[in-house]
Design a protein around this ligand. Sequence first.
Ligand SMILES: C[S@@+](CC[C@H](N)C(=O)[O-])C[C@H]1O[C@@H](n2cnc3c(N)ncnc32)[C@H](O)[C@@H]1O
Length: 296
Amino acid sequence: MDTFRLLEGHFPVSVRFDQRLPWLDWRRRSVSLIENENTQAIQAWDTNAGFWDERMGEGNAFFDVLLWPAVEKLLKPEPGERLLDVACGNGVASRRMANAKASVTAFDGSPAMIALASARSGPSTIDYRVLDATDYEALIGLGASAFDGALCNMALMDMADIDPLMNAMAVVLKPGGRFVFSVLHPCFNNPATIQMGELEDRNGTLVTTYSVKIARYQTPFTQVGLAMHGQPVPHPYFHRPLGMLLAPALAAGLRVDGLEERAFPPENVGSATPLSWNGRFSEIPAAFLARLRRAT
Ligand SMILES: C[S@@+](CC[C@H](N)C(=O)[O-])C[C@H]1O[C@@H](n2cnc3c(N)ncnc32)[C@H](O)[C@@H]1O
């Protein structure tokens, strides 16, 4: 059966999300359900690859303003380092890291994304590959203690399973090596977030307040959505509350030694729709980043 129909059935619109759903423990999804979700996720990204590549190019506002300054701060790519770009998409971050004179291995589960990444001009020090981040054996095949650092930019919430990746990081990173990831902030920018603008006449002055409404956070769930307005097909998001996002990393022996929460600066108000993430929501972080480190 189609995964999303299956999951839709589990979350009828009338469900009260503040209740626990004892009949569906998302964390204990069967291996076959996770595999099915993973296949559908990668297929959706493969279908959207051309659109994504065109829109992302060498960086959009979300990437350039919201993410990259924090990624650079946490990752600090150094000349001569070997870095890994996990779920690299069209390779926008891989090229930034290679421009910092690092040697980069970049992979994605979508063959179309990798074809588009390879077709873009950029430093020759990038090795693009098709690889599934949920495949532990393939990941450790990249080499034990092979990388000084790794990045997974905006992709963990797109992955059906993150345990294999976290476990693999404890193997492929050199002792002391760092793994930086960014995700849509699970508390404020999860697939069920409702973005709001409210206009009021406050004693003769018109005031608009931008806010978010959160009805679902604590219980993980899968739900299809849009990463970019107008993308050809929606793709699945895998919402994990913060504790669940970090638990597999901690269990793998990685330690958190850096955190960033990123909101758009107030002056950044250009966006696809009036209520898209932008500087009007400058008090609400749309992205969460962490740096994890393999023990020395
Ligand atoms: C939002 S895009 C981010 C791409 C890129 N990191 C960036 O910063 O632009 C998410 C990417 O995750 C990839 N992805 C999803 N599941 C994956 C998996 N199991 N293995 C590898 N890549 C996966 C998708 O193909 C897609 O390219």
